[in-house]
Design a protein around this ligand. Structure first.
Ligand code: AP5
Length: 215
């Protein structure tokens, strides 16, 4: 099963992807995690992406499409993959369709995680992320605190707030989502792939709803 996860920043795409990896053995492909890893490494990709990300803007489509094509063509996904944070624009969705046809891979569903806006702002401002780019575990001060304050449960690295978690960048990310990414809901409805999930509840329940909807 190959899935696209849609949803506003903070809707829980990363959290639910990690649960699907655990429960279903799928592979999470998070463009945000790949870009943050590249910035930490100081690679060319990281240098190109950093300014856009810190401001809360989208990285150029072609850069992202190249990352995805390389990843999908080089790796094997016996239990399927989850595209977390991609596509984000109509040109990315059209580019993905061409990549899928070149690689003879099929997307089975585009799952839209629907969360109220006030809950989204609360989740984003209380999120903490592991600073180790190989881990990037996601925590939340309210709903999923670390066992020891400020330390990742999984790898022991410090947990931090992301650099795009400022009030200004959150505002830009939410506006960018509404303008550029929300139209993908209609796009995937027309493709006959859309599944909408109420994601205001706890993440385990959201994960179960996704599994029962797609299976
Ligand atoms: P990216 O990393 O993809 O960020 P995003 O889409 O803004 O999504 P987030 O990671 O902020 O949220 P999420 O939905 O994964 O929520 P999470 O699970 O963490 O992208 C970052 C940047 O990279 C972009 O702004 C852009 O610059 C660039 N980029 C990436 N992809 C790109 C692309 N395709 N094209 C162009 N540019 C691209 O959860 C949030 C918090 O809520 C956590 O604290 C979590 O613990 C908590 N939580 C989650 N679910 C629940 C729940 N059910 N109940 C209670 N709390 C919950």
């Amino acid at each position: 099963m190959n899935l696209i996860l849609l949803g506003a920043p903070g809707a829980g795409k990363g959290t639910v992807s990690k649960l699907l990896v655990e429960k279903k053995g799928m592979v999470q492909i998070s463009t945000g995690d790949i870009l943050r890893g590249a910035i930490k490494e100081g690679s060319d990709l990281g240098k190109k992406a950093e300014g856009f990300m810190t401001r809360g803007e989208l990285v150029p489509d072609q850069l992202i499409l190249d990352i995805i094509e390389e990843k999908l063509s080089k790796e094997k996904f016996p239990n399927g993959f989850i595209l977390d944070g991609f596509p984000r624009t109509i040109p990315q969705a059209e580019g993905l369709k061409k990549i899928m046809s070149r690689l003879s891979i099929k997307i089975n569903a585009a799952v839209d995680l629907i969360v109220d806006e006030n809950e989204i702002v609360k989740r984003l401002s209380s999120r903490r992320t592991c600073s180790n780019s190989d881990c990037q575990a996601i925590y939340n001060v309210f709903s999923k605190p670390t066992k020891k304050e400020g330390v990742c449960d999984l790898c022991g690295s410090p947990v931090v707030q992301r650099s795009d978690e400022t009030e200004e960048a959150i505002k830009v990310r939410l506006n960018t989502y509404k303008e550029k990414t929300a139209p993908l809901v209609d796009y995937y409805k027309n493709e006959g792939l859309l599944k909408s999930i109420d994601a205001n509840t706890g993440s385990d329940k959201v994960c179960e709803s996704i599994i029962s909807t797609i299976e």
